[in-house]
Ligand binder design. Sequence first.
Ligand code: SF4
Length: 375
Amino acid sequence: MTGIYIHIPFCIKKCAYCDFNSYSGIRDMSYSYGKAVRAEIKNSPYKNKKIDTVYFGGGTPTCIDEKILIDILAAVREHFDLAEGAEITVECNPGTADFEKLLALRRAGFNRLSIGCQSADDKLLKKIGRIHTFKDFENCFFGARRAGFENISVDLMFGLPEHTAEIWRGTLRKVTELGPEHISAYSLKIEEGTPFFEMKSRGELSVPDDDANREMYDAAVEFLKDRGYFRYEISNFSKAGFESRHNLIYWTLGEYIGFGAGAHSFAGGRRFSNPLGVSDYIDFVSSGGRAEDSAETEPDIDMMCEFMFLGLRLDNGVSEREFKKRFGKNMREVFKIPLEKHLNVTRALASGGGNIKIRPEYTYVSNLIMSDFIL
Ligand code: SF4
């Protein structure tokens, strides 16, 4: 499977916790940006490759003119072999996509919508700097259904400032009542360079401690399971058959080609990425630059570590047979020490059916376990 990622780095306003490659106040550059992305697609050395998933992420793709997104998707169709039934996702934030916009996107072929809701509590939404209310989210969700989106994912966050278990359960209840096909639930991370980081350093931000975060995570797993959402990755839950095919490509070390500012690619066994800033990216493309030209082949050992690190995030874990097929080596020999430690001593890993996975009760310390696989 091969996926295409398109980065749309525009937002109406930066959220207080966000360290993504996104910018506010420069949406007037979106037309020249769209043109640059189309040129990058046209000049890609991977042209005509069969593509199974396309993902427009951001930023907030829906905060710019939808024609820009539609034209980029048309360029993908023109220059790549888009598979019948390909998953085509666009990220969207409430308040930036009315019914007409959603309908235009659906008609152009986008068939999966990922909506950033984060919380059903308006006070919390305001506190974290979101531009919308929960009512805006509901309107966006209903509009998307009316426009014909039958595969909708909702992003939620826990561990927010002054977040309580009760507010979190209320969010889970209200969102699941709408019946989205997929839910992502991430814990807030305070990243350097964000307003939240500064506030925390000054002692002005109070966030739930590790135990409270763990309780919220466990509550989500249990609550969502009861409502038919199965955890297939640490932070991702879906109804049967609605796992994110695009993200599964990342987690199984599949091939993906990124277009746009800062977009990363992993293709032909090599990794490469574009310049981060919007102007830098536009200049780079218009002067004939190609990220592929600076690509480096990753040593096998790094790839093996990554295979383990990413695969252990999945509910199914990592396949010993797939490892052998891909690297020609025995996983148990390459990772003898961490496997013995976690299979036999901590017993945080379980082995069965040719797969090795993290036991559910150890999910919360998965980062510690996975870090042992960086050799
Ligand atoms: S909408 Fe998303 S990408 Fe934009 S600032 Fe907020 S979190 Fe960051």
